[in-house]
Design a protein around this ligand. Structure first.
Ligand code: HEC
Ligand code: HEC
Length: 252
């Protein structure tokens, strides 16, 4: 009986102790997120997460207002997309990537802070899966395997792809792939810059293949399957991948 009591007391105090440390750790993490957010992010996103007043008219697109229903719908189920955007930035917007300046746990702490305080998300919902590469949602591409081959067993021909690229893609994406082709000035949203850090992290061969195939509705990016054969799409993908995303190291 004595022994049992002791044991019980021990277990109870161990339980209290471990929940206290867990609480402290959680609290530290949220202090960290709060501090970093106010140091680096509130200048644009505002202290209350609603986008700073100056930035609402001064930046186009304006910074994300985290408190809206739209934000909750787009980002609520997608912490990974938020981490990706904070790490690599959002192409063609004022949202730059922080991955070179802040550590991954610091980025996650800020994202947790935003989710809890501005989006009212208390527990983690299930992350969406990442297998559906053809979908239009950018976020699904986080964690791309950059070594994956083109789907359907196709092999792209770099040289043929280069010719296709020059004829079909350069007017918008530019010969440097920076999205500054001659037509780009008249287009909104602008063509993508293939050298942007977010692109370098995401545009695997399957991603490129599926995207070029389908295009993006509501933008000037055509669905190339209507114009090119699957083999030609594979060719152009091979070119884009090797010329811009992962140039092979020069052989000496
Ligand atoms: C110079 C202004 C600026 C600063 C500083 C800034 N942001 Fe942003 N942020 C933006 C803009 C603009 C957007 C909207 C981008 C878009 O429309 O795709 C945005 C979007 C976002 C999004 C949504 C991304 C998505 O996938 O839709 C998140 C999350 C975010 N910012 C977090 C942060 C965090 C965390 C920091 C601080 C480390 C930060 N931002 C600092 C301007 C800024
Ligand atoms: C008429 C202009 C136009 C042409 C021609 C064009 N694109 Fe695009 N492309 C765009 C625009 C605009 C976007 C950005 C769409 C958006 O904002 O979501 C884009 C986006 C992309 C993306 C980004 C995918 C992503 O996940 O964000 C890739 C890859 C791409 N284009 C490849 C190509 C290739 C390869 C060709 C040639 C076969 C091509 N594009 C021709 C306008 C064009």
């Amino acid at each position: 009986m004595m022994l049992f009591n002791k044991l019980q007391r021990f277990t109870v105090s161990a339980l209290i102790f471990s929940s206290v440390t867990a609480y402290a750790a959680e609290n530290n993490q949220s202090n960290l997120g709060s501090e970093l957010y106010h140091d680096y992010c509130s200048v644009c996103h505002g202290d209350t997460g609603k986008a700073a007043v100056w930035a609402q008219s001064g930046l186009s697109p304006s910074p994300r207002n985290f408190t809206t229903r739209q934000s909750k719908e787009e980002l609520g189920n997608n912490k990974k997309r938020m981490i990706f955007s904070v790490t690599y930035g959002r192409p063609q917007t004022a949202m730059q990537g922080w991955g070179k300046r802040l550590r991954p746990y610091e980025i996650e702490a800020m994202v947790d802070y935003i989710r809890l305080n501005f989006m009212n998300i208390t527990e983690e919902p299930v992350e969406p899966d990442h297998t559906d590469v053809g979908a239009h949602d950018h976020s699904r591409h986080f964690g791309e395997d950059m070594n994956s081959p083109i789907p359907d067993g196709l092999l792209g021909d770099y040289q043929k792809g280069k010719d296709l690229f020059e004829n079909s893609c350069v007017p918008c994406h530019g010969d440097k792939g920076d999205g500054e082709g001659p037509r780009s000035r008249f287009i909104f949203p602008k063509p993508r810059d293939f050298k942007h850090p977010a692109a370098l992290a995401k545009y695997s061969r399957p991603h490129l293949y599926n995207f070029v195939h389908t295009g993006r509705r509501g933008t000037e990016m055509p669905a190339w399957r209507l114009v090119l054969s699957d083999q030609q799409i594979a060719d152009v993908v091979e070119y884009v991948f090797k010329a811009f995303i992962r140039p092979p190291k020069e052989e000496k």
